[in-house]
Design a binder for this molecule. Sequence first.
Ligand code: SAH
Length: 354
Amino acid sequence: MNDALSPTISPTLPLAERLASAMTVAGPMSVAQFMAAANAHYYGTRDPLGSAGDFVTAPEISQMFGELIGLWCADLWDRAGRPEIAWVELGPGRGTLAADAMRAMAKAGLTPAIHLVETSPVLRRAQAERVPGATWHDAVDTLPADVALIVVANEFFDAMPIRQLIKRDQWHERLVACQDTLFLPIAGKPIPAEIVPAPFRDAPPGSIIEASPDAVAIARVLARRIAAQGGALLAIDYGYEGPALGETLQAVRGHAAANPFADPGAQDLSAHVDFATLAAAGQAEGAVAWGPIAQRDLLGQLGIDARTAALARTAPDRADALLADRRRLMEDMGELFRALALTAPSWPAPAAFA
Ligand code: SAH
């Protein structure tokens, strides 16, 4: 986690003090290094989900979300000829999606080995309660190499560190500096214009471009594996089809927006996901890219209305709550959140995307 920090700085100091000391020694650090250190500390030290935490995600809103994703996986596996697979989730949070998906997959005859990619020890413990018998990984490199992989990632890629480029008279990499105990973004040394996508080189001063090399690297590794081993990746997140101008780095704390450069490690940092760049990375590794499509279309095609009605029939006292949950997933989040799929060329088209 603390590759940006000097090993001589005591790990028992609060993260803000360690980052400040590191900057005293080595100068300002990139936005990506700052975000990586802040999020590693943030996720490593707490369960941020739920009404008592900082934010709520779709699987925490309703069991229907994970169940419908489980159906998507089971349907694809069935039409691929029911090969042996490993089911993988990236950044599984509390393990709620995995548990709901496993239940739905088992009903469809799919009981795969479960592999969870998670760096936070706190969240690993929460996941172990809901998904006993899973295998944990620090990174995607160690996932099984001898079976097909069906990989799900909900609100994972948005947590990957981003670089920011900022235009002044020229383009600069944006850095984070520390003054006393205050962190603030500054423009670093000018960068060669060739690094900036051609349409944006003459953008007006103040313009920002973001990119996530880590997200692209993970998408590439998984796409290469999926193309060779069979399988698919389903990534759901808020995002855009870039590269594009604009700053999306955001901090959330107690369900409210906060200054992303304040209080590193005490609030969730995320950025919108560039789906077009992830799709292109997947295609470059031989996978087939689908979408992105709106979360509303994904869940609608997978039968959220029928599932809402079925659950309401078995628990009539919860009918209003179920409709409210459905509304949050389909209306509040329905357009903002989108889904991208990558599949092996030898696998069929995934449900809801074709
Ligand atoms: N998917 C869950 C949680 C989303 S929060 C849900 O929808 O509720 C982001 C998740 O990604 C957390 O589990 C966090 O610990 C994990 N995470 C963040 N950075 C990570 C990294 N570099 N490698 C693996 N997991 C990471």
